[in-house]
Design a binder for this molecule. Structure first.
Ligand code: PRE
Length: 358
């Protein structure tokens, strides 16, 4: 086919695609009315996991799975607003990795609320000022986001979904490389780029900031003093900074896992993860007896770490991610039995395991 004919065919398909999108939107509108009547949530992570799985199974053409997911992300984002819309709080200001994660998770048709700090994100959701919050939990290079982890203990909110985001850090600044004296960034990003900093700027002062956006702002304001920031391309775009070098994280596959927190509980999908924490009594073998329960029920532990309890000195809280759903066997009975060996056992939530990177 020649170019004009190909374009004619594309126009024909576009007419069909738009008609089908309208047809889908009118079904979604009806779903929204049913949800309004039953006061059930607009965002349904278990249904989305099922939908993305079906789309991946259907995909046999030229479109990469990631592209198809991104298209559906926006289609579903429109559904959110067709069903009445909702608000999402994240660690601001605009341009942070949490901002990017929120856009990847919910698309561009939801109202995003930048907050000052993780506690403010929890607070906004707890007070129903926002419907969901986006909180980074761990990074594949830098490890746990400890300030965020501590907040899960005191909240009544649930983790209802998760999203993984590939983090590509850049050196941002409006000065020449040899003029750089101070590097500003969020502590997590400084950790992710530790080796690169040592190799390239061994003499630079490192200054921690509350977010990568705050670092970008300082790089603008203090450029004449030799300031540069480490952050994402979105921060560079928002602050008019040049990307002096990109992909500076020590591990190319640098990925952060974010939790979506809210008031609702997510139903089992058959491929779920449960996040929880527990404390054990100070008796010999008490931690082993908990771990043995998971072994007895054949439950795989995807993550385990300890943090000071901050209530009693030298008492620790163990944070665990386990494969499975807390309301489904075998994890359900396993957790009932684990509770007998713990002074505290708190389930933060069960949610679909991420199927692919966004
Ligand atoms: O199935 C639903 O509950 C819907 O509201 C529809 C829909 C969609 O667009 O497919 C929209 C939002 C939900 O998170 C899941 C799916």
């Amino acid at each position: 086919m020649k170019l004009p004919e190909l374009r004619q065919e594309i126009d024909k398909l576009d007419r069909q695609i738009v008609a089908l999108l309208h047809e889908r939107a009118s079904l979604v509108h009806q779903v929204g009315l049913i949800k309004q009547d039953s006061q059930s949530p607009i965002f349904v992570p278990e249904r989305e996991a099922d939908l993305y799985r079906k789309i991946a199974d259907l995909n046999g053409g030229k479109l990469p799975e990631g592209s198809l997911r991104a298209i559906y992300r926006e289609i579903i984002s429109c559904s959110f607003s067709l069903e009445g819309g909702f608000k999402v709080a994240y660690l601001g200001p605009a341009g942070t990795w949490s901002h990017q994660a929120s856009l990847k998770q919910f698309g561009s048709s939801v109202e995003l609320m930048p907050m000052h700090g993780f506690a403010a994100v929890f607070d906004a959701v707890e007070r129903h000022e926002a419907d969901y919050g986006v909180i980074p939990i761990e990074n594949s290079t830098g490890g746990s986001v400890t300030d965020a982890m501590d907040l899960f203990i005191g909240t009544t909110l649930n983790i209802c979904a998760q999203i993984q985001l590939r983090i590509c850090n850049c050196l941002l600044g409006n000065i020449r490389l040899e003029e750089i004296k101070t590097l500003y960034s969020h502590p997590q990003v400084l950790l992710q780029c530790r080796q690169w900093i040592r190799n390239n700027f061994p003499m630079a002062d490192l200054v921690e900031t509350s977010s990568t956006t705050a670092a970008a702002q300082i790089a603008v304001e203090k450029a004449s003093e030799g300031a540069a920031a480490l952050g994402g391309a979105l921060a560079a775009e928002l602050f008019g900074l040049q990307i002096l070098e990109s992909n500076i994280q020590d591990k190319a596959s640098n990925t952060t896992r974010f939790a979506i927190i809210g008031h609702q509980k997510t139903q089992p999908t058959g491929n779920d993860r449960t996040s929880l924490c527990f404390t054990v009594r100070h008796t010999a073998g008490s931690l082993v007896s908990v771990l043995e329960k998971f072994k007895q029920y054949g439950i795989s532990l995807l993550r385990i770490e300890s943090r000071p309890s901050k209530i009693i000195d030298w008492e620790y809280v163990f944070y665990v991610d386990a494969a499975g759903h807390a309301e489904q066997e075998p994890l359900k009975t396993c957790l009932d039995e684990v509770a007998d060996h713990c002074s505290i056992l708190k389930v933060f939530g069960s949610y679909p395991e991420a199927t692919s990177l966004c």
